[in-house]
Design a binder for this molecule. Sequence first.
Ligand SMILES: [Zn+2]
Length: 385
Amino acid sequence: MIRILTYKEHPRGDAILDCYLYLAAYVLPFDPEDVLDGRVLHVRGITIAPEDFLKKSGKRARMRTKKYLKLLKKYHIAGPADSKEERLAQDRLLAAKLIWKASPELYWYLYTAGGGPAVRRGNLRTLLTVKMDELPQALRMIGAIQKKESVQKLLNEVFRYKDFSSNPLAAKLLEYMDVNVCPYCNRLYTVTLTEGEGTSRPQFDHYKSQSKYPYFAVSLMNLIPSCGLCNQSKGDRDEEVLYPYSDQMGTRVVFRTRPEKSLRYLTGCQDTQEEFSVTLDTVDGGLPEKLRDRVEASKDLFQLVPLYNKHKDYILYLFWKNYVFSSEYLQTLCSMFPDAFHTLQDVKTMMYLMDIDQAQWGRRPLGKLTHDIDMEIKGLTEEKS
Ligand SMILES: [Zn+2]
C-alpha cells in the first residue's frame, strides 16, 4: 500500500548494506570474501576488511551434529576436519552440492565450475540484493523449486533465514531501515527497539515465499519489514501483492466512504457507524494491468476493506473535526499565528496530529486513510460551495 525506500534511496543506505552484508557473510556457507566482494564493512564502530572477516566476526563452521555428519557423508564429503578452515570448506562444498541438487540453473548462476566450485561474486551479490521486480533473466528462469526436500535442505543448510533473523544484528538492520508503519496495511506501527532492556521489532515478510524460492530466503530486497498480522495473512500464498519497494496505491487507489442509510455521518456523529461503509477503489481511469492485479491481491490477502471498515470511529472523528473547524476557521488560525503555521497544511497537521503529505503516509498509522478522507471532505466542500 505504501512505498518504502530501497537501501539505495535511503539516507542510511550504507549502514543498511554493511549491516546486511555482515549478516549474510556470517550466516551463509560461502566464503565471506565471496559475499563481500571487496567491500570493507563498517558495523557497530568496527571496520572489517573482507580478508579479516572470519577472525573479526568469529564466524563458525556448522556444528558437527550426528545429523549433519550423516548429511556430509551422504554427499560424499567425508574425512576428518580438524581445523575451522577445513570445516568451513566442507560446509561450502555441501552448500554447492545441495544447490546443484535443488536446481542446476541456480548452481550455474552462482558457480563457475564443478568439483571445487568457485563462486561468481557478482551474481551472488545480485541474488542477495536485487529488487524482486527487477530480477535478471537468468534468475527469473530458475523459478520455483519444486521438490519439497530440496527446499528444506536449502533453507536448513544454505539460505538459513532462521539464523539470519535470530542474529541480534537483524534487529539493527531493521532499525536502520526505519520502516515506522507496516507498508502492507499502513495500520500498525513497526518500529524497532534494540537498545536497553529487551528488544521489539517488526517481522520480515518474504515477498517471494521461502517455500517456493528458498534461494531468496535471506535476500535483502525480499525481506519486507511488516506487521505480524500482514505477515501471517500472506503466509505462503502465491498471488503477487504490491511490492513495497516499487509499488504503492498512491492517489489512484483511494479510500472513500459510501452512504448506506443516510448522510448524517458527514457531520461526524459517532452513532452513525452503521450508516456508511468504507471502500478502497481505483479512481481516475484504470491502472496498468499488472498493477491492478497486485492491488486486488493486496486488498484480498491483507483484508484491507473489512479491516478499514473497523476504523469507522476514526473516520467519524475526521468528519467531526472538519465540521467543527471549517476551512475559514483554519485560515483564521493561520493568520492569527503566523509563526506557528506557515501554511494551511501546517494547521491541518496539527488538527490531524500527522502530516498527510503523501511522502509522510508511512510515518503514522492510517496516514493514507487520513489523507484520502481529507480529500473526500475537500471535494464535498467544494461541491457545496
Ligand atoms: Zn500490516
